[in-house]
Design a protein around this ligand. Structure first.
Ligand code: MCN
Length: 751
């Protein structure tokens, strides 16, 4: 029996739970110096003077660096070559600051405390410039952030045609905001860099991929990638925000070279909220039309994407929104457009879901809005419009090719699990009797894309002299349980016991190549690369086993349940992996790179049940049923864990979390007192229903699951809250739905 598909307990957890795991900030290189930054208090200003003499002579200070010093290594490379040179950013600001929190001066000292103290002695003079905070105003170019570029609009994309509403019997339209969020990983950003005597740069980082960071550092410092070693120890969460190593950390090698000692940087929590790139930030104008009997016949989504002060990957994420515009529905008459604009706020990057939740929020909200308008049950409208079960690729109006799916089944299973009809009856009863709290039921049928920009991923499996397997993966985990997952896949293919499989990742000297752990791509690429490597190793080992068994290789088979090779029909005479390891002269090692023809499309239905107190506006999420289909599951328990974390972040977007700036670009939510990170106390126990429709895209049949919980949950909770107050006349709300907003909406609807 295969180990795959079983709830194997995570091997990573004892270390995480007992404190023996090692994060970057736990590492204390001998002789290290510590970096702290002076950051801009202005959202947009010209730097007219920097006075650093006092800081330079402060106790314990080894060096003080300005943008002029950092100019020696040029500008930070753009994330994508398509981004304009005029929008490249310096490692630390040289002449203009473009967001509150942008680093202006780097102070390196014997201890972190001394570095922070010396930062206080730096005097920076600023000539304020008008800040551009509202993305819609940014698009009007009244103030241009990068004069050399001439406009704040980095890109405009649109579908070949706009939706035609001329035949619609009913049309609804809303402005929907996917607010800025911060990833809030438990571990903030941290890095250490030093140079070896033979001129190699060694850089420790807490990011979502070792090799991309290596290549970035090689480009910055003019080195051969082989002369850079990047090591990623345990990472306490990334959520997309750590998909890039950012300029303030990339400069560590510069400081280290200048001072001849290792330099370490570990940002504070406040710095993390203020200066680690944020996510989402999409303003949407959505319009849906159809027939009075519930058929959706037209849908148009127009988007303004806030990309913050400098372009990062978020500058292209509206493209992901476009690909997923029509969601799970059969709507051939659809259109999309997006303007991505720079603003004077922290740059925007990926955040769990990265462009796809935005699409789902828009269409799922509009389906409910449409259902309310025609007075039909929102689940019924979904059944009328869902793409029927398909096993051959289904092409949407946006040209996106979905692999396989059974969306109506997911909706049925979720409604059954939640007891939808009973809930609606209870809701009707409470409404009729005027009972509080108000009951709200929210449905969301989602489909998303994982591995949406397929990139090859590496894996190798080596037989060690003692018969254990050394498995190397190009993927770097940040909490997903890769070690457990990879050991399961290789155990399945080789029959070597799970416990005898050692996993290596996150070190560019140990693993030749690798990519980023983003887009929930790892199982379907890194996992498949390991499955293929395991199979290839078995093939090689079979030849050695044949020698030991004095048989022809073609007659030798592997019994994966025992991990023993034997001659067909003679199971008692065996060759074990240890015997093979002892018998071969060369190391047996096989590797594979796997990309997959296209992305895969996890999907499902989430149903949220909320109670709203009409007096206080307080919302309690009382139930969340998630019926998710991520293809074949490697480890249902880990997949469920991913869904749990995802749902929590999705519910948080609907109810609590939101980055806010004032009109001058000051961050108003700079701590967890104001930025309301969700906790277990605000969440019920989720109810999970597994569906497994294997994809043909890869031999494991697996789709990604790392982000789908978020994507399904946001609109489910959002719709549930609107549903709770719909009978009072409220048609639409904006996330996060605060108690104040709810009270105001209820009052306004009753006026
Ligand atoms: N899995 C499975 N069967 C599948 C797919 C996945 O059993 N068919 C399980 C595996 O155990 C695997 C895990 O789910 O280890 C996640 O796999 P996958 O969906 O391939 O996603 P990735 O490993 O590529 O993780 C990336 C994804 C993203 S993009 C974000 S953002 C995110 C997420 O994972 N950030 C996380 N989950 C996170 N979880 C933690 N704890 N911390 C983060 O920062």
């Amino acid at each position: 029996m295969s180990i795959l598909g079983n709830a194997v307990v995570r091997r990573e957890d004892p270390g995480f739970l007992t404190g023996s795991a090692a994060y970057v900030d736990d590492l204390q290189p001998a002789d290290a110096l510590y970096l702290a930054y002076v950051r801009s208090p202005y959202a947009h200003a010209r730097i007219s003077g920097i006075e650093v003499d006092e800081a330079r002579t402060a106790p314990g200070v080894a060096g003080v660096f300005t943008g002029a010093d950092l100019a020696q290594i040029g500008l930070a490379p753009n994330v994508l070559p398509i981004f304009p040179d005029a929008m490249k950013r310096p490692f630390i600001a040289a002449d203009v600051v473009r967001y509150v929190g942008q680093p202006v001066v780097g102070v390196v000292a014997e201890t972190q405390a001394l570095a922070v103290d010396a930062c206080e002695l730096v005097i920076v003079e600023y000539d304020p410039l008008p800040p551009v905070i509202d993305p819609e105003a940014a698009a009007r170019d009244e103030v241009v952030l990068f004069p050399d570029h001439g406009t704040n609009v980095l890109s405009h994309i649109e579908s070949p045609s706009r939706a035609d509403f001329s035949d619609c019997e009913v049309i609804v339209a809303e402005r929907i905001v996917n607010q800025r969020l911060t990833g809030a990983p438990i571990e903030a950003r941290a890095g250490i860099a030093y140079w070896t005597d033979d001129g190699r740069l060694v850089h420790y980082s807490a990011v979502q991929g070792a090799h991309p960071t290596r290549d970035l550092l090689a480009a910055i410092y003019g080195l051969d990638p082989a002369d850079v070693r990047v090591i990623i120890p345990d990472v306490g969460g990334g959520f997309g925000a750590k998909s890039r190593t950012y300029p303030e950390e990339l400069a560590l090698g510069f400081y280290s070279r200048a001072l001849g000692r290792p330099v370490k940087w570990a940002e504070t929590r406040s710095e993390n909220v203020m200066a680690m790139p944020h996510g989402r930030g999409q303003i949407q104008y959505a319009r849906m039309g159809g027939t009075l009997d519930g058929r959706i016949t037209a849908y148009q989504l127009d988007v303004i994407q806030d990309i913050g002060a400098y372009p990062l990957i978020a500058a292209v994420l509206a493209g992901m929104t476009q690909r997923m515009t029509t969601g799970t529905y059969d709507i051939s008459n659809a259109g999309f457009s997006a303007d991505s604009v720079v603003t004077n706020m922290v740059p925007m990057t990926a955040y769990r879901g990265a462009g796809r939740p935005e699409a789902t929020v828009a269409i799922e909200r509009m389906v409910d809005r449409f259902a309310a308008e025609i007075g039909m049950d929102p689940a019924e409208v979904r059944f009328k419009n869902l793409i029927p079960r398909f096993t051959e690729p289904y092409e949407t109006a946006m040209g996106t090719s979905y692999d396989v799916g059974d969306y109506p089944e997911a909706l049925r299973r979720a409604l059954d699990a939640v007891g939808y009809d009973d809930l609606r009856a209870d809701q009707a009863r409470r409404r009729a009797q005027g009972d509080a709290p108000l009951l709200g039921i929210g449905v969301s049928s989602y489909v998303e894309i994982t591995s949406g920009a397929p990139q090859s991923e590496f894996g190798s499996v080596r037989l060690q002299p003692d018969g254990r397997l050394r498995v190397a993966s190009g993927a770097t985990p940040t909490g997903q349980g890769h070690d457990t997952t990879w050991a399961m896949i290789v155990a399945d293919r080789t029959g070597v016991p799970f416990e005898q499989i050692d996993i290596v990742h996150g070190d560019t000297d140990e693993v030749p190549r690798g990519g980023l752990t983003v887009g929930s791509r790892s199982v379907q690429q890194a996992g498949v690369a390991l499955a293929l490597s395991g199979e290839a190793l078995v093939k090689r080992a079979r030849e050695a086993a044949a020698d030991l068994l004095e048989a022809a290789a073609d007659d030798v088979v592997l019994d994966t349940s025992s991990g023993h090779f034997h001659v067909v029909g003679t199971p008692t005479r065996t060759a074990t992996w240890s015997q093979i390891a002892a018998s071969v002269e060369d190391t047996l090692e096989e590797s594979a790179d796997f990309i997959g023809e296209q992305g895969t499309f996890p999907n499902g239905t989430h149903v949220a049940v909320v109670e709203v107190d009409p007096e206080t506006g307080g919302t309690t999420l009382v139930r969340l049923v998630a019926a998710d289909d991520a293809g074949t599951l490697i480890n249902p328990m880990l997949a469920e864990g991913q869904v749990h974390g995802g749902i929590a972040q999705g519910a948080a977007q609907a109810l609590l979390e939101g980055i806010q700036y004032d009109e001058d670009g000051n961050l108003l939510t700079g701590s967890f007192m104001d930025y309301l990170v969700i906790s277990a106390a605000e969440l019920p126990s989720f109810e999970v229903v597994h569906l497994e429709t294997p994809t043909w895209v890869n031999p494991l049949g697996a789709k990604g699951v790392g982000e789908s919980g978020t994507i399904g949950a946001i609109p489910a909770v959002y719709n549930a809250v609107v549903d709770a107050v719909a009978h009072l006349g409220v048609r639409h709300l904006t996330t996060p739905i605060t108690p104040q907003q709810l009270c105001e909406a209820i009052t306004a609807a009753q006026d």
